[in-house]
Design a protein around this ligand. Structure first.
Ligand SMILES: [Zn+2]
Length: 496
C-alpha cells in the first residue's frame, strides 16, 4: 500500500475504492470452533497462532495465578471479531497495542472485538491480562487444574489450557512457546522444552522455559511445587531435565527408577521411529492423586500411582513414543486419536519383545483371545471411537493389534520403513487415520482398505478367518505374556 504514489492518480483512486470499503464490508467474525467433529467448540476459526509468550506469577498457598499472554497470530480471513478459548478472568485485551472489546461467552470462549477489522493474511498481536484461582474454575463441568500440597499442575487431554492461558485450543494450531513463571523462592516451576534461565528477586524466583518446535496447546504443561530436579545430557547432546515432587513417599524410588531411563528409551525409540523430533527431554512426577500419565511435549507428566507396583519402564516407553506419534505428528481431528494411541501402545509391545517379556505377536494373539466376541471392547472402533470412548481400552489394545495385523500383512521391511517414513513425512504437522492408510498403501504397494476396515472400523470382533488372514492366532487360550498386566495398567486410568 506504500507504493500508491507510484501509480497514476486514476489507478490509485480505483485501488482505494476497492480496498477500503471492501475490507470493512467483508470482515466477519471468526468461527468459535476450528471444526473438530468431536469437540465443535474447541479451537477457533479465522486465524492461526505462531507463538505464545506467557508471563505468569503463581502463589501455591492460595492457588492464585496472574498472567499476561502475548499471542502472535496471522489472520486467515477479514476478521471483525475472533475468539480465544479460556476460562479465567480477563481484565484487559489489546490487539496491536490498542484496547479491544472482549466478552466471556459460552463455556470457555473469550470473544475479542478489535478496534478495527483485521485484514486477511496480516500478522497481529494480542495481549491478554488475566488472573484467577484455576482449581475453583469450572468449565464443561470440571477443572483440569490439579492441586498438590505445594502447588498446582496443568496436564490433561484434550482440555488443559483453559485454566492457565488463552489459546486457539486445538492440535491443528501448533505454535512455539516461551513460558516464564514466577513462584516463591524455594518452589520450582516446570514446563516444556529447555530452561533458558532463572532469576530471583524480592522472594520470588522466575523460571524461563522455551519450546522452539511447534507444540499443541494440550501438550503444553505447567507444574509448580517443591521438586528435586535432575539434569543430564544424552549421548547426542540433548539436555535431560526430570523433576520429582519431594513428597512422593513410597513411590519415590520406583518413579526415579523409571523416569531416569528416559534418555535410554528415547535412544532405543530413535532407532525404530527415526530421529527424536525435539531439543530436550525428560519427565516429571508431581504429588497428584490422579492415576494417568500424559505425553506433554519433551517432558511427560506421570502420576505417582503409575509407580505404585514398582518401576514401570513400559509407561515411559508409551509416553516417549508419543513424542513422535501425537506430539510431532499430531492428529487433525480428535477422531484420529488412533494415530497417537495405537502407535504409543505398539511401542510398548516392541519394548516387551526387546525385554523378553512377550513378543508383539504374542501380545496380539493374547489381545484377540482375551476379549470374547460379546465383550463391549469390540463395539468401539479405534479408527473413530466417539468422544465418549476416546480413551477406551480398545483404542490402545485393538489399536496396537491393528498394527500387528498390518505388519504381518506387509512384512517387517515395509512396516518398519513406514514407522520411520511417517514420522519424517508429517514431522511437526498434522495427519489423519486416512492419511496413514494412504501412506501405508503407498509404501507397501498393497491395497489396505479392507485390512484397516476390519481392525479399525468394524464395531465387532473380527472373525477367526479374518484373524488367520492377518496371521493373528484365533486360538482361545494363548499364554498370557509377562508384560500384559503392566501394559494394561498404563492405560487404565486415562481421562478426567
Ligand atoms: Zn497414550
Amino acid at each position: 500500500m506504500r507504493h500508491h504514489r507510484l501509480l497514476a492518480p486514476g489507478a490509485a483512486a480505483a485501488c482505494l475504492l476497492l480496498a477500503i470499503p471492501a475490507s470493512a464490508a467483508d470482515a466477519t467474525p471468526g468461527a468459535p470452533g476450528i471444526g473438530d467433529s468431536y469437540y465443535p467448540s474447541y479451537g477457533n476459526g479465522g486465524y492461526d497462532v505462531s507463538h505464545y509468550d506467557l508471563r505468569l506469577k503463581y502463589q501455591p498457598k492460595t492457588d492464585r495465578l496472574e498472567g499476561t499472554a502475548t499471542i502472535l497470530a496471522d489472520a486467515r480471513q477479514e476478521l471483525s471479531r475472533f475468539n480465544l478459548d479460556f476460562a479465567l478472568d480477563v481484565s484487559e485485551v489489546l490487539v496491536d497495542g490498542k484496547k479491544a472489546a472482549f466478552e466471556a461467552t459460552g463455556d470457555h470462549e473469550l470473544e475479542i472485538t478489535p478496534a478495527a477489522p483485521l485484514a486477511s493474511g496480516r500478522p497481529f498481536t494480542v495481549v491478554v491480562r488475566y488472573s484467577g484461582t484455576p482449581s475453583k474454575v469450572v468449565a464443561s463441568g470440571f477443572t483440569s487444574w490439579l492441586r498438590t500440597p505445594d502447588g498446582g499442575i496443568a496436564a490433561n487431554e484434550p482440555e488443559s489450557a483453559w485454566w492457565w492461558f488463552p489459546s486457539d485450543d486445538h492440535p491443528l494450531d501448533k505454535a512455539t512457546y516461551d513460558v516464564s513463571v514466577a513462584v516463591p523462592d524455594g518452589t520450582q516451576a516446570i514446563s516444556n522444552g529447555t530452561l533458558q534461565s532463572t532469576s530471583s528477586q524480592l522472594g520470588w524466583t522466575r523460571y524461563n522455559w522455551r519450546s522452539s518446535k511447534p507444540q499443541a496447546t494440550y501438550l503444553t504443561t505447567l507444574a509448580v511445587g517443591k521438586f528435586d530436579i535432575t539434569t543430564d545430557t544424552t549421548a547426542n547432546g540433548l539436555p535431560v531435565i526430570n523433576a520429582y515432587s519431594k513428597d512422593l513417599g513410597d513411590n519415590a524410588g520406583a518413579a526415579r527408577a523409571s523416569v531416569e531411563r528416559s534418555a535410554e528409551i528415547v535412544d532405543w525409540e530413535s532407532t525404530i521411529f527415526g530421529p527424536y523430533p525435539f531439543d530436550a527431554l525428560g519427565g516429571y512426577v508431581p504429588n497428584v492423586p490422579t492415576g494417568y500419565a500424559l505425553e506433554t511435549q519433551t517432558r511427560p507428566f506421570y502420576s505417582p500411582k503409575g509407580f505404585a507396583k514398582g518401576a514401570n519402564t513400559s509407561l515411559i516407553v508409551h509416553e516417549l513414543a508419543h513424542q513422535w506419534f501425537g506430539d510431532s505428528v499430531s492428529l487433525k481431528d480428535w477422531r484420529d486419536i488412533w494415530i497417537n494411541e495405537g502407535f504409543a501402545s505398539y511401542a510398548q509391545w516392541l519394548w516387551s519383545e526387546k525385554e523378553g517379556e512377550g513378543t508383539a505377536q504374542e501380545l496380539a494373539d493374547y489381545t484377540y483371545a482375551s476379549y470374547p466376541a460379546d465383550d463391549p471392547f469390540w463395539k468401539v472402533e479405534p479408527g473413530d471411537p466417539g468422544a465418549e470412548n476416546q480413551f477406551h481400552d480398545a483404542v490402545y489394545d485393538r489399536g496396537a493389534l491393528a498394527l500387528q495385523a498390518l505388519r504381518n500383512h506387509i512384512g517387517d521391511k515395509d512396516f518398519f520403513a513406514i514407522l520411520k517414513g511417517w514420522t519424517a513425512e508429517h514431522r511437526y504437522g498434522n495427519a489423519s487415520v486416512e492419511d496413514f492408510v494412504t501412506y501405508a498403501e503407498k509404501v507397501s504397494g498393497k491395497p489396505l482398505a479392507a485390512l484397516f476396515d476390519t481392525w479399525l472400523f468394524t464395531p465387532s470382533k473380527p472373525a477367526a478367518a479374518q484373524a488367520r488372514a492377518a496371521e493373528v492366532s484365533p486360538a482361545e487360550a494363548p499364554v498370557r505374556p509377562k508384560s500384559w498386566q503392566r501394559i494394561q495398567d498404563t492405560h487404565s486410568a486415562h481421562g478426567r
